[in-house]
Write a protein that binds this ligand. Sequence first.
Ligand code: FUB
Length: 325
Amino acid sequence: MSQQRKPLVTHIFTADPSAHTFKDKIYIYPSHDIPHTGNDDDDGGEYQMEDYHVLSMDNPDAPCVDNGCALHMKDVPWVSKQMWAPDAACKNGKYYLYFPARDHEGIFRLGVAVSDDPAGPFEPEKDYIPGSYSIDPAVLTDDDGRSYIVYGGLWGGQLEMWQNGTFDPDAHRPEGDEPAIGPMFAELTDDMKSFKTEPKHLVILDENGAPLKAGDEDRRYFEGPWMHKFGGKYYLSYSTGTTHYLVYAVSDRPEGPYTYRGRIMEPVLGWTTHHSIVEYHGKWYLFYHDCELSGGINHRRCVKFLELKIHEDGTIEKVWPYGEQ
Ligand code: FUB
C-alpha cells in the first residue's frame, strides 16, 4: 500500500525533511519536533528541538524506519538550543550532517557533524562553521564533485539581521519595492567542513529579469532552500513563508542568478512549509511536512512525501497537498 501523503512516522513529530538517495535507499534527515504547551511567536520560539533522528526507507513503497538519535545538542559544545532544519551530504565515503542551532549568544549558526554511516551517529565539530549564520542549510554535490551550500531564513531565522555583515537585531526589514533578501550561497571546502568561497546572496529574478521585491510575498525567498539538478540546470526551491507556498527558480549556474518559474505546492496545514526533492530509480519525489498528526499544532509536524512530475521541458507540475482543488 502506498505511503504517499501519509505521516511517515507517527511515534515522534518530524519536520523539515531533507531526503537523499544513499546506498540505494532513501534517507530522510528531518527536524525532531518536541511537544510543549508554550505559545507560538514570530521568532520561532515554539520550535525547541534538541536532537536529530535519521529516517530511512529501502524504497518508496517500503516501511519507514527510525534509526534512533543520530546527534543530540548536549554533544555539541557551541549549541545552546533549537536544533532546526538539517541536511546531509556524502563525499568520499563519509556522511556529513549540516544543522542550524542557536549558539550561547542566541545567534543561529550552522554546524557540521561526520559519520561513516548515513544513519549516524554523527560526530560534531567542536565549533560552528566559521563565518556561518542563520538557518536551513542544504547541500548539493555537483556532477564534478564540487559541493555547494545554500542557507538562510527570515524572521526567526535572523537572515535580515546580517545585511551589513555583522549581527544587528534591530536591522531594517526590507519591504515593498525594496529588493528581497535571497538565501546565502557558498562552495564548501573539499573536507566539507568550511566555506571555500565567501558566502553571497543568491539573486532571484522575475520573468523580466528584475530582482524579486521584498513585497512580492507570493514569490520572494523566505526560508527552507533546496537545490537539485535536472537536465543540466540548477533548481533552487524554497518556502515563501508568510504566504506558505513552495516555489522554484532555475539557473544555468549554481551561483545564479535564478529565474522564478512557479509554484511546486499549495499551502499545507500549519504555518511552516519545508521540503526537499530527490530522485530515486528515475522517479522524482517531494518530501514535505504538515501538521495533520497533531491536528494543526504548528510545532508538532509530520513528514510526508509524494511523487513529483518534472516534465521534459524542465517545468515542475504543481501539487496540492490534499488532492487537487
Ligand atoms: O523547524 C524550524 C523551522 O521551521 C525551520 O528551520 C524552517 O524552515 C521552518 O520549517
